[in-house]
Design a protein around this ligand. Structure first.
Ligand SMILES: [Zn+2]
Length: 210
């Protein structure tokens, strides 16, 4: 079994679906941030190289990231591939990844921007206990927050303009990479609106996991 790549805009439920896929495939989920931190902590040669870029405040070049991924793929838990999260973001990264890994499938969870804006901008949190509520989907019960002391907090970066800006960055980055894998016949576009179980089942069916 080769590796898979999971794409999804912020607010599309990617984290939940990633966990459900991993429960079935047993593949570790890898993000470049986690791999970088692990390689630096382990003190491998490529990790030390990455560290010198990070300490100077520079971006770690793709070539170094790809070597860190290559190293990660040799670890025992990656014998049946991994799930890439948030990588690749560019065509050169995708081409570099193609050279060192077998990609079996690319899953793109798709949710219309308006739906995501509705999901995110309606969110608010109870400050003392951290419970999350939503204007439409999960309003505060008439009896108040179960913790007994409700103090509403809304994140400033959950405003509509901020969410739309994040989404437009996501689409600009993801579209060319998704097309790259579509040309290779690996892209599965999954409708991310609706029942969470049905979405999981659609993803697992696309992956050929029973
Ligand atoms: Zn509370």
């Amino acid at each position: 079994m080769g590796s898979i790549i999971l794409f999804g805009p912020p607010g599309a439920g990617k984290g939940t679906q990633a966990q459900r896929i991993l429960d079935r495939t047993g593949q570790p989920q890898v993000s470049t941030g986690d791999m970088l931190r692990a390689a630096v902590a382990a003190g491998t040669p490529v990790g030390m190289e990455a560290k010198s870029y990070m300490e100077s405040g520079a971006l770690v070049p793709d070539e170094v990231i790809v070597r860190i991924i290559e190293e990660r793929l040799t670890e025992p838990d990656a014998a049946n591939g991994v799930m890439f999260d948030g990588f690749p973001r560019t065509i050169p990264q995708a081409e570099a990844l193609d050279a060192i890994a077998t990609i079996d499938a690319v899953i793109a969870i798709e949710v219309p921007d308006d739906e995501i804006v509705g999901r995110i901008t309606g969110r608010y949190t109870c400050k003392p206990c951290g419970r999350v509520f939503h204007d439409v989907h999960l309003p505060l019960p008439p009896s108040g927050c179960p913790c007994g002391t409700f103090v509403e907090v809304r994140r400033a970066d959950d405003s509509e303009a901020t969410v739309r800006a994040r989404l437009s960055t996501y689409h600009e980055q993801t579209s060319p990479v998704a097309e790259h894998y579509d040309r290779a016949g690996l892209l599965h576009r999954i409708d991310g609106v609706g029942d969470v179980d049905q979405i999981s089942n659609a993803i697992l069916a696309a992956l050929g996991v029973e």
